[in-house]
Design a protein around this ligand. Structure first.
Ligand SMILES: Nc1ncnc2c1ncn2[C@@H]1O[C@H](COP(=O)(O)OP(=O)(O)OP(=O)(O)O)[C@@H](O)[C@H]1O
Length: 319
């Protein structure tokens, strides 16, 4: 599908197949077209061209409520004057479902997210994580085959983000439905997704399992965006990527390229050594505690960088 706004192309011939029951993360920098893609799946935005098939039927002509998708909105989109139960039951009420039936279904959803005991509370009487779970229950109450989530964790503090992230994954597994989750956080995508779809300028840059996309970036953009890689121009090979945990520090004059130590940071499990290449490139090497104790490094010191040949990834835009 393609989406144009006037003369600008927000989503450019996106061609993606998501198998049923997949946790898919649309990942990429601000403005790459993630939210627009999600809104087209939901039916909140009409594509300029292309087709959207859900369970093998074309849904482009259908309104959001008839697609079999549901959108999980941020917790701050809960109605403040409605109890949790009525918030969860809301979309059933809009569909004309009777009170007894919609309350029973809403209670079932609240039980799923372990909030049944708080059904009568207002959103303001809940913690941030609990509100997020109500938002999830509200989205799931219509039995969607696909749940669409737009940055669902971004409003949470780091501790809660980790907890709610684990819960999202658990719910997706238990329900067995597809989740399409928009995020700009590579950590989030790596932790959650079965299928990572990395986007750039409205197009898919790379897709695959978290391991495939992280460990074998195809382009310099993918290597830099996923992080944990040094992108290095080698005269004989063009641009290559080497993981920072596979980049070895050797004495000056040895190794494949030379670099200057800019600083050493303790990470808790080891040290991150910041390095500058000959042309000012910013590189990094992760070094274990024992190795650094054996051979301390000082800012300004010259080192060589080396790696195993098998750890080199040749980048498509580096030839
Ligand atoms: N209603 C609109 N009218 C015009 N341009 C739009 C509209 N909505 C989005 N765009 C443009 O389309 C492009 C993609 O936007 P989109 O919101 O999909 O990106 P995103 O990847 O979700 O970014 P972010 O992470 O910042 O939310 C951007 O250049 C944006 O400015």
């Amino acid at each position: 599908m393609t989406k144009r706004f006037g003369s600008s192309v927000a989503v450019d011939s996106l061609d993606l197949k998501i198998a049923a029951g997949t946790y898919c993360c649309l990942l990429g920098p601000s403005g790459c077209g993630k939210t627009t893609s999600l809104r087209m799946l939901a039916g909140h935005e009409r594509q300029s061209s292309g087709d959207i098939l859900l369970d093998n039927s074309e849904v482009s002509g259908l309104p959001p409520a008839k697609r079999g998708t549901a959108m999980m909105f941020q917790s701050y989109a809960l109605f403040p004057h409605l109890s949790c139960l009525d918030n969860v039951a809301f979309s059933l009420r809009m569909r004309g479902v009777g009170k007894a039936e919609r309350h029973a279904k809403a209670r079932e959803m609240l039980r799923l997210v372990e909030l049944e005991a708080l059904a009568d509370r207002l959103p303001a009487q809940l913690s941030g994580g609990q509100q997020q779970r109500v938002a999830l229950a509200r989205a799931l109450v219509t039995n969607p085959s696909t749940l669409l989530l737009d940055e669902p964790l971004s409003a949470l503090d780091p501790f809660l983000r980790g907890r709610v992230r684990a819960e999202l994954k658990r719910f997706q597994r238990e329900l067995g439905i597809s989740f399409v989750h928009v995020t700009h956080s590579q950590d989030e995508a790596l932790a959650l997704a079965d299928l990572v779809v990395l986007m750039k300028d409205g197009r898919i840059e790379q897709q695959g399992t978290p391991f495939e996309v992280f460990d074998a970036p195809r382009t310099a953009f993918a290597a830099r965006f996923m992080g944990g890689h040094n992108v290095i121009a080698l005269p004989a090979n063009g641009l290559v990527a080497v993981r920072t945990d596979r980049t070895a520090l050797r004495p000056a004059g040895q190794g494949v390229v030379r670099a200057t130590v800019r600083g050493v940071e303790y990470t808790g499990t080891g040290f991150a050594v910041a390095l500058a290449g000959p042309a000012g490139e910013e590189w990094q090497a992760l070094v274990g505690e024992a190795a650094l104790r054996e051979r301390p490094l000082e800012p300004g010191e010259q080192v060589g960088l080396g790696w195993d040949e098998q750890d080199l990834r040749y980048l498509a835009d580096g030839a």
